[in-house]
Design a protein around this ligand. Structure first.
Ligand code: F6P
Length: 340
């Protein structure tokens, strides 16, 4: 067999562990030749690929980023990158056939799985692997990249506590999470955030300021507000800056903002993500060997399974408002900007 692998969308720790997981399982067991496609779907459009050997896949388990590079190229969307209009899906299919691929492994987030399904409908054999720090892919309990980002963000929040205390300040930290608040919820709780604001829960800043005033009355030196970049607000500024601006006018404490940004997507994967990406990769290799295409590998109750792409592609997994974890955090005194 000849198997192509691509990484698409935002990068995250664990991508190389995933490439290694699927690639080495196929190579070590002599199941297939493996070809790395450069820069996500762009590499298939531009026929930019290279054969991967076991040596290419050694020593990358702990490496951040992706040895293949990535892009946000959406083949089924018109893009201004090309002077004349080209039929990108047709070119992809042509290059897939020219390379004589038996399967294409698409490692990526929601958009990537949606594209994978569309390519499957064009006759390509595809397998999806769920990647994103946002953990917002339907159909799997967890995406790789998520836990690494939770660890990174939690460590950042830990550090904010000491400087906030030193200056008796309110510190706002904005975390990634365009649509879903999983990363903000998990890191906010793990980091002991006092206020956690996520896109899925409408917030009332009056409740937030009353909560902060209560903390001051109890002689709490400082407070930490953890906010997801995707919360709804009306002004042309980042979520963190918006919250600092509004809350800063409602309290009599100094307030500062940290936007953690791409730090959450950088560096070496956590041990959990190395393990998860390896499990996903090995499972993908099994599906390929069985000829079981058109699926995304997923984790359900800690068991790697195959989920039909048609069931998950493009569906967002948002934080349910009635998630028991939220109530537990509220019960230990965390403010979500709302009354439960
Ligand atoms: O999808 C992952 C993610 O990191 C989001 O959390 C973030 O909003 C987005 O990617 C940033 O996109 P880009 O890397 O294109 O700036």
């Amino acid at each position: 067999m000849r198997v192509g692998i691509l990484t698409a969308g935002g990068d995250c720790p664990g991508l190389n562990a995933a490439i290694r997981g699927v690639g080495k399982t196929l190579l070590v067991n002599n199941k297939a030749r493996v070809f790395g496609i450069s820069s996500g779907f762009l590499g298939l459009i531009e026929n930019d690929y290279r054969e991967l050997t076991e040596n290419d896949l050694s020593g990358i388990l702990t490496l951040g980023g992706t040895i293949l590079g990535t892009s946000r190229e959406k083949p089924f969307k018109k893009s201004s990158d090309y002077l004349e209009e080209i039929d990108k899906p047709a070119i992809i299919k042509e290059n897939y056939e020219k390379l004589k691929l038996d399967c294409l492994v698409c490692i990526g987030g929601n958009g990537t799985q949606k594209t994978a399904l569309k390519l499957a409908k064009q006759g390509l054999n595809v397998i999806g692997m769920p990647k994103t720090i946002d953990n917002d892919i339907w159909g799997t309990d967890v995406t790789f990249g998520f836990h690494s980002a939770v660890d990174i963000a939690t460590e950042a929040i830990d550090r904010l506590h000491t400087t906030a205390n030193a200056h008796k300040r309110v510190m706002v930290i904005e975390l990634m999470g365009h649509h879903a608040g999983w990363l903000t919820l998990y890191a906010g709780i793990a980091g002991g955030g006092d206020v956690i604001l996520i896109p899925e829960i409408d917030y009332d800043l009056n409740l937030v300021s009353e909560y902060l005033a209560e903390r001051s009355k109890k002689e709490k030196q400082s407070s930490i507000i953890v906010v997801a970049e995707g919360i709804r607000h009306k002004e042309k500024m980042s979520a963190g800056q918006y919250i600092a601006k509004k809350v800063g006018k409602m309290i009599d404490q100094d307030i500062r903002v940290t936007i953690l940004g791409y730090i959450q997507r950088g560096g070496s994967p956590s041990a959990y993500d190395r393990l998860l990406a390896t499990r996903y990769g090995a499972t993908a290799a099994e599906l390929i060997t069985q000829g079981n295409f058109g699926n995304m590998v997923a984790l359900r109750d800690d068991v790697p399974v195959a989920v039909p792409l048609a069931e998950v592609a493009g569906k967002l997994k948002l934080v349910p408002k009635d998630l028991p974890l939220i109530q537990k955090a509220a019960n230990v005194g965390t403010c979500f900007g709302t009354k439960f």
